[in-house]
Design a protein around this ligand. Structure first.
Ligand code: PLP
Length: 342
């Protein structure tokens, strides 16, 4: 079955399952007081070249909203892209976990926010009738499959800092962004002014596990209480940490992301060459949004290829997502079928 619906449909890598099996021997202290979690903390600090606080959680939504909960008061404003996961795909969890902060959704081409749009949207602090500017949240790689460069992130963070706002990065596909940029994880985050990162792993070969990385460790104690209160302090934390340790060992996370990005690039190149096809966004990570003639879209569905039609039923835009284990033969089969139908 050829499935390009989502990187969440991809399963877990053998290295991750082996790490889980290996962690299942003997006893270990609960709630993160185990060796796996300690080693994971050290590994993340090594990768990011700084003393970050590291807290494993089970979902990307939890990572995002826990980060935001220590960055904004209940009367705060969080500026984000209108298509961001926190705005459209988290069922109000950011509002819930912050105790009512308001998301201010901003437009921006190709899933990205610009400093100009952000600047115009920030309301004056101190007006008692308005929510108070508190945080900015970016997604890298973005929901449109595009990537913020360190310079673009820095331009946003400088503006945010000038207004006293914190900067959160939703990195559900951070590995794909780094694989595209070829820069260091530090350059794309704290060196560019990011205060808190949701470091994704599940979409990129982990069974279940994501990380909160706080570049301001001073917020870690509060986040620890909030994680417990939010039901994300795992008693058998070693199983989360063992997966994440394996994920970050030997650059597995980057090797996975490079493969996913390469598969997306091949798919995009082949599709863009079809008559009547048009890519909606630059393909920089592992997501492709492409407008195709309706007979091609319907024909691909009829032949059993799985992917999402993006937007309303009448839309001729398809979303295709590749992953760490996308089979090159599946890319070829999809392109061959699309060519036949064109
Ligand atoms: C941009 C982005 N952020 C965060 C998430 C995390 O979502 P979940 O809570 O399903 O792990 C996703 C998953 O689809 C995502 O695409």
């Amino acid at each position: 079955m050829v499935n390009f619906c989502s990187d969440n449909a991809s399963g877990a890598a053998p290295e991750i399952l082996r790490a889980l099996e290996a962690a299942n021997h003997g006893w270990a202290m609960p709630y993160g007081e185990d060796d796996w979690t300690r080693r994971l903390q050290a590994r993340v600090q090594e990768i990011f070249e700084t003393e970050a606080a590291v807290l494993p959680v089970a979902t990307g939504t939890a990572a995002n909203v826990l980060c935001l909960s220590v960055m904004t008061p209940p009367y705060g404003a969080i500026y984000c892209h209108r298509d961001s996961h926190i705005n459209v795909d988290e069922c109000g969890a950011p509002e819930f976990y912050t105790g009512g902060a308001k998301l201010i959704a901003l437009p921006g081409d190709h899933g990205k926010m610009t400093p100009e749009v952000l600047e115009a949207a920030i309301v004056d602090a101190g007006v008692v009738h308005a929510v108070q500017p508190a945080a900015v949240s970016l997604t890298n790689a973005s929901e449109a499959g595009t990537v913020y460069t360190p310079a673009e992130t820095r331009a946003i963070s400088e503006l945010a800092k000038a207004h006293g706002l914190g900067l959160h990065l939703d990195g559900a596909r951070f590995a794909n962004a780094i694989a595209f940029l070829g820069c260091s994880p530090a350059e794309a985050t704290w060196k560019a002014g990011v205060d808190a990162l949701s470091l994704g792993a599940t979409k990129n070969g982990v069974f279940a596990g994501e990380l909160v990385v706080l570049f301001d460790p001073g917020r870690a104690e509060e986040l620890g209480y909030r994680r417990k209160r939010g039901g994300h302090l795992f008693s058998k934390m070693r199983f989360l940490s063992a997966q994440l340790e394996a994920y970050l060992a030997d650059d597995l996370w980057l090797r996975h992301a490079r493969h996913a990005n390469a598969m997306a690039a091949a798919l995009a190149e082949g599709l863009a060459a079809l008559p009547g096809a048009e890519l909606s966004h630059p393909v920089e990570a592992n997501e492709i949004f492409v407008v195709l003639p309706e007979p091609v879209i319907q024909g691909l569905f009829d032949r059993g290829f799985q992917f999402y039609r993006w937007g309303p039923e009448s839309n001729c835009e398809a979303r295709l997502v590749t992953a760490f284990n996308t089979d090159p033969a599946h890319v070829e089969a999809f392109l061959a079928a699309a060519r036949e139908l064109s």
